[in-house]
Design a protein around this ligand. Structure first.
Ligand SMILES: NC(=O)c1ccc[n+]([C@@H]2O[C@H](COP(=O)([O-])OP(=O)(O)OC[C@H]3O[C@@H](n4cnc5c(N)ncnc54)[C@H](O)[C@@H]3O)[C@@H](O)[C@H]2O)c1
Length: 238
């Protein structure tokens, strides 16, 4: 498969290694200083563009891909206020767009576990629920996209919680997300249910960026030849 990389930072480099290892060809690499390459024949020859850039630049990059008719696997987080325009491009103009707030298989198993636990805990109001996420100091958005997906999993299933909120909850219906930025941590997410009697917590701790990069390349293989707005639930069977 011909792959274009958009954003050649920590994730872009990791994805390049994994894509080459799986027999794919990197036909174009676009970063902040060569954005004119969106108009190149090399970029247009890509089957898929894998995009891991910054929250502010992502949406413009997606439109560039749509203009060139190149399918997108989107990894950047923090751009979801533009979600409707991306979905519209998929539904009305037949574009292909795959998005996951987290591409790691382990995290997606964790998403399913989070929903299952939340369904059980809905019947036990003595437990309050809160979340904590820790990432490296370079991360631009907070809470992380993964934390938002986890929060949605709780809010959809625990009726006594209505909104997620950064830091401390101000009313019982708030789901507090505490965000820590330290060192080079690839990503830790923990959901904690606490009563007067005990604490139940589930935690995912990424050892490196490899899991995210592999998941993004597998998503690109899955999305090739498909149309519409796709996500992990289309690719995984749980
Ligand atoms: N979905 C997931 O599984 C997942 C996993 C890890 C990281 N992320 C997200 O991916 C994004 C990138 O993460 P990273 O760790 O590689 O960051 P990074 O800072 O190491 O790399 C970002 C790259 O994007 C480039 N860039 C900036 N503006 C650009 C533009 N207009 N066009 C093209 N490139 C541009 C930067 O120069 C840099 O090389 C972040 O939003 C992060 O939260 C998502």
């Amino acid at each position: 498969m011909n792959i274009a990389l958009i954003g050649y930072g920590k994730m872009g480099h990791e994805i390049e290694k994994i894509a080459l290892g799986r027999g794919h060809k990197i036909v174009s690499i676009i970063d902040v200083n060569n954005r004119h390459d969106f108009d190149s024949d090399a970029f247009k020859s890509a089957d898929i563009a894998i995009e891991f850039s910054t929250p502010d630049s992502a949406i413009e990059n997606y439109h560039k891909c749509f203009e060139a008719n190149v399918a997108v696997v989107a990894g950047t987080t923090g751009w979801l206020d533009h979600l409707d325009e991306v979905k519209k491009a998929c539904e009305e103009d037949g574009k292909t767009f795959f998005y996951a707030s987290n591409y790691s298989l382990g995290v997606n198993i964790f998403f399913a576990l989070n929903k299952y636990l939340a369904k059980i805990m809905n019947d036990y109001p003595d437990y309050n629920v809160s979340m904590e996420e820790t990432h490296h100091i370079h991360k631009l958005d907070a809470p992380s996209g993964t934390a938002i997906t986890l929060a949605e999993g709780v809010l959809d299933n625990v009726e006594r919680k209505e909104n997620w909120i950064l830091e401390t909850e101000s009313k019982p219906s708030d789901l507090a997300i505490h965000c820590i930025r330290e060192g080079e941590v690839p990503g830790i997410h923990e959901i904690v249910y606490e009563s007067d009697a005990d604490v139940i917590s589930i935690k995912h701790d990424a050892k490196s960026r490899k899991g995210f990069a592999l998941g993004a390349v597998v998503a690109a293989e899955f999305a090739k030849g498909k149309k519409g707005f796709l996500g992990m639930k289309d690719m995984l069977n749980f």
